[in-house]
Each structure stands twice: as structure tokens, then as C-alpha cells.
Design a protein around this ligand. Structure first.
Ligand SMILES: Cc1cc2nc3c(=O)[nH]c(=O)nc-3n(C[C@H](O)[C@H](O)[C@H](O)COP(=O)(O)OP(=O)(O)OC[C@H]3O[C@@H](n4cnc5c(N)ncnc54)[C@H](O)[C@@H]3O)c2cc1C
Length: 474
């Protein structure tokens, strides 16, 4: 067994993991392919490059990403510390000067005597993982050579190459004076039913239904389409346009093809009657259950490239979504990620090879801060495993090969954060089977609900969740 831990990828997750390991006195070899090779979105030769927005999102504890940052501060995250030090005015958000941020992280890593940075693209990890612990943190734009190798390692159908996700909404924020549950066709009023009988049937079926429907009249539909086609979109890189649009069309592009296109596509009203009127609506937006507990619903057919603020503005025009809380906005971008729900455990450790950890966006966590948090968890667990292997090694000097084989069931003292914390709930989310695994960012919907009577006021509820989280952290 090697006397160091290997990390591949010197982005946000990889550098955080390296710092956590080095801080505990263990040597790290950190492989970063820049500046020898750059991904289509990276251009700075420093480590921990911020590829897009310079915002690490809200700093408020009543925001799940703000709470996650506070958890990471308390766990001595190097990257959040440097983000605080290099922040620029951004109201309640934490935004950084991206160049100074990356430079400072690079200095901290390069000056650390326990870390060796090697500028090389890695395309094969099998041998490395036979000899010791490896953390793969190569991000959403993992180089093609390594992506192919990961595909082989995790079996072919378990690697996704882009994200075309629709927004996800917190069910509690939907207006059920307008919305109604129901699968297409089961919701039509039968000829022999009175309106009362029909409503009663719908109510009885309600709990078992996995779709929520939002009916629109002609005026509502036309106003919505008008705003949708004029809304501001995110500019994609050329490589993304080529790859993504081949697979899936954004709703705003579809809407531009003609006023009725959506009504004959994802918003078709066929199979539904509006329980308020007993008549078929002009159009229907459908929401599909997204998590096992039925607390989150995704907007069916709403893959979109609209800017996040525009998604909130335009999609909130849909009757029933006036006060919708968007747990996650829709995205369409190149994103390489593994099917973590099947492949990883809560410590980001590969179930089929305990010498391999994954960290960062490649695990299906989404966002800068979320990637840092997974780097922290993977790093701490790699340390625990390394120490446990060292102990075993000193106890079994003569029996060298029995404990280092990559498929040994090495079960060190794992570092698993409480599911009541955001760092722990994210790790649990990505490693627990979901209806359809899609990358996830920090949000209150993945934390267990508060005990006792539901608190209606959102700010009060989030404050309580944050207090509980910080209490359970240590
Ligand atoms: C175009 C784009 C825009 C984004 N915009 C935002 C945003 O605005 N806000 C947000 O929160 N998140 C955004 N994200 C997501 C963002 O990338 C992640 O949140 C974060 O950077 C992921 O951190 P990471 O450490 O997993 O990967 P990265 O930070 O990308 O780091 C991975 C590192 O691995 C290196 N690498 C790749 N392959 C190899 C290899 N084979 N060998 C050695 N090194 C390798 C890369 O050069 C890179 O330095 C965006 C992603 C993309 C692709």
C-alpha cells in the first residue's frame, strides 16, 4: 500500500479533499491536467478555477446553500475560508474575485508540504487503485479518456454526459385551490358521474397519484407563451449546443415554433377535466413526483435554458405556481456524472471498489459549494480508511496482500454526517435510490421535516431547520 492518497482533479472538490487529508498528516499526490490540457470551459492555469458565475450563492442561514457554507466553515473548509477572504460586495450572497480566489487556493495547496501537485492528464486509474486510495474529482468536464475509463469501471450505462433537467418545485408551495392530482385519462369526468361524485372520486384517488396538474385557460396560456419566448436565456458554449440540443429541446425553443406547439406537446390538455369547471382546460402543465417522500415535483417537459431569475418569473405565471418555491432550476449543460445512487455509499466511496472515492460534480452534487462539501466528506473518509489500513498493516506485517486488495471489504470508521445537516443530507441523497437520479443542489427539501406541527411561515421554518442542522453537525 502506498504511503499517500491520490487525488485526480484539482478543481473545487479535489483541492478541498487534498487540504483535509494533508491537514491530518497524510501525503497527497494531486493530479491536475491543466495547463497541459484544458477542458472546453477552463482557461486559467490555477487550481480551483471558477468556470462561470463568481457567486457561491446566499450567505443567509435561511437558505440551504448559505447553511451548507456555514457548516463547512465550522468544519474548517479551506475553500470557504478563502472565498470569505476574497469576497466582493454582493448583498446577501457570497461572491468572490475569481482570479484572486483561485490564486490563493493554488498557493495554499502548493505551499503545503504534504501535497505534491502533478500536472498530468490521468486516463487509467486501475493500477493506482490497486496500490492505494484514489479520489476521482475531475468534474462535469472530465476528460474524454478518463470518462471512458470510468464508464468501463462503473459499467457502461451508468455515466451521464449532459444535464437536461426541468425545474423541481416544493409541493408545499403549490396552490391546491387550482392544482389537482391525477393521471391523464383517469381524470376525465365519466359521462354518468355528477360533478360531486367525480370530485369525490378524485379526492379518494389523490393520495396515490404521482402527478399534479395545473390547468390554464386560453388567455393564461397565451400570456405564458409570450413571456416564455421572450425570456432571457443562458449563453451556451458551442460544444454544449452541439451535444445537448441533439438529445433534447428546451421548452422555450419549442414554444417559438408556433403558439399552439406546447398545447400539442407537453402542455396538451387531453385526458383531463378541470375539477373547478368540469370542462377540459385549454392547456395543462403537469408536475411529476420527484422524490420518494412526495415532497418535490418536477415540471414535465420543461427542460430549459432560461436564466434562473427568468424561470422564477415566467414559470410563476402558471396558475397554481404563483408562490412556487423552486428547489432546483432547470439546466441544460454538459455534465459528466455517475449514477451515484447505485454506485456510491454515503461517504462517496465506490461500493464495488473500496479504494476508490468520487468527489465533486461528477457524483451528481451540483454547484460550487456542494462540490466543496463532497470533497470534504470524501477526503475525511479517505483519511479514516487510510488510517485503518495502516493499523491493519502494522498488525499483519507478514501477511502483506490480504488487506490492500481493492475489493477487500475494508470498513474503516466512516465519517457520516447527520442527515439533518445539509452536508449529510446531500451525501445521503446522492447515494440513496431515487425515482430518477438527477444532479442535486443544496435545498431544504432533502432534509428531514421538522418534528411536530408544520410551521407555515417559510422563514421561521428554515430558521428552525438551520438551528437543528448546526446543533447536529458536531
Ligand atoms: C460551463 C459550466 C458552467 C457552470 N456554472 C456554474 C455556476 O455558475 N455556479 C455553480 O455553482 N456551478 C456551476 N457549474 C458547475 C461547476 O462546474 C461545479 O459546480 C464545480 O466547478 C465542480 O467542481 P469539481 O471540483 O467537481 O470540478 P471542477 O471544478 O471542474 O474541477 C475538475 C478538475 O479536474 C481536471 N481534470 C478533468 N479531467 C482530468 C483528468 N483526466 N486528469 C487530470 N485532471 C483532470 C480539470 O482540469 C479541473 O481542474 C458549471 C459547470 C459548467 C461545466
Amino acid at each position: 500500500m502506498k504511503n499517500y492518497i491520490t487525488i485526480i482533479g484539482g478543481g473545487l472538490a479535489g483541492t478541498e479533499a487534498a487540504y483535509q487529508i494533508a491537514k491530518r498528516g497524510i501525503h497527497v499526490k494531486l493530479y491536475e491536467m491543466k495547463p497541459v490540457k484544458f477542458s472546453p470551459a477552463h482557461s486559467n492555469k490555477d487550481l480551483a478555477e471558477i468556470v462561470c458565475s463568481n457567486s457561491f450563492k446566499s450567505n443567509l442561514l435561511t437558505n440551504a446553500c448559505g447553511l451548507l457554507k456555514e457548516e463547512l466553515r465550522r468544519l474548517d473548509s479551506l475553500l470557504i475560508k478563502i472565498a470569505d477572504e476574497t469576497s466582493v460586495p454582493a448583498g446577501q450572497a457570497l461572491a468572490v474575485d475569481r482570479d484572486i480566489f483561485s490564486r490563493k487556493v493554488t498557493n495554499a495547496i502548493e505551499e503545503n508540504e504534504n501535497i505534491e501537485v502533478i500536472h498530468e492528464e490521468i486516463t487509467d486509474i486501475e493500477k493506482m487503485a490497486e496500490e492505494g486510495i484514489v479520489i476521482i474529482a475531475t468534474g462535469p468536464l472530465t476528460s474524454d479518456g478518463l470518462a471512458k475509463h470510468i464508464q468501463k469501471l462503473t459499467s457502461h450505462d451508468k455515466l451521464y454526459f449532459y444535464d437536461a433537467a426541468a425545474p423541481i418545485i416544493n409541493k408545499d408551495s403549490i396552490n391546491f385551490d387550482i392544482a389537482f392530482y391525477g393521471d391523464r385519462y383517469q381524470q376525465e369526468k365519466k359521462k354518468e358521474e355528477t360533478i360531486e361524485e367525480w370530485k369525490k372520486r378524485l379526492e379518494e384517488e389523490e393520495e396515490t397519484q404521482s402527478y399534479i396538474n395545473l390547468p390554464m385557460n386560453q388567455e393564461e396560456y397565451e400570456n405564458f407563451v409570450k413571456e416564455l419566448i421572450n425570456a432571457e436565456v443562458i449563453t451556451l458554449h458551442d460544444f454544449e449546443k452541439r451535444e445537448i440540443f441533439e438529445g433534447c429541446m428546451p421548452i422555450e425553443i419549442m414554444a417559438k415554433r408556433g403558439i399552439d406547439t406546447l398545447r400539442f406537446g407537453p402542455l396538451k390538455p387531453v385526458g383531463f377535466d378541470d375539477p373547478r369547471t368540469g370542462r377540459r382546460p385549454y392547456a395543462v402543465v403537469q408536475l411529476r413526483q420527484d422524490d420518494k417522500q412526495g415532497r418535490m415535483y418536477n415540471m414535465v417537459g420543461f427542460q430549459t435554458n432560461l436564466k434562473f431569475g427568468e424561470q422564477k418569473r415566467v414559470f410563476s405565471m402558471i396558475p397554481g405556481l404563483e408562490n412556487a418555491e423552486f428547489v432546483k432550476y432547470g439546466v441544460m449543460h454538459r455534465n459528466t456524472y455517475i449514477n451515484s445512487t447505485e454506485l456510491l455509499d454515503e461517504t462517496y466511496n465506490l461500493k464495488s471498489n473500496h479504494n476508490i472515492y468520487f468527489a465533486g460534480q461528477i457524483t451528481g452534487v451540483e454547484g460550487y459549494v456542494e462540490s466543496i462539501s463532497s470533497g470534504m466528506v470524501a477526503g475525511l473518509n479517505a483519511v479514516a480508511q487510510f488510517r485503518s489500513m495502516q493499523t491493519e498493516k502494522s498488525n499483519k506485517v507478514e501477511d502483506k496482500n490480504t488487506y490492500i486488495s481493492s475489493n477487500d471489504k475494508v470498513l474503516p470508521n466512516k465519517v457520516i454526517f447527520s442527515e439533518y445537516t445539509v452536508i449529510g443530507s446531500l451525501a445521503k441523497y446522492i447515494s440513496t435510490s431515487n425515482t430518477k437520479f438527477q444532479p442535486m443542489n443544496a435545498n431544504f427539501g432533502i432534509l428531514p421535516e421538522l418534528e411536530g406541527k408544520k410551521i407555515k411561515d417559510k422563514k421561521e421554518r428554515y430558521t428552525k431547520l438551520a438551528e437543528r442542522s448546526l446543533e447536529k453537525l458536531m
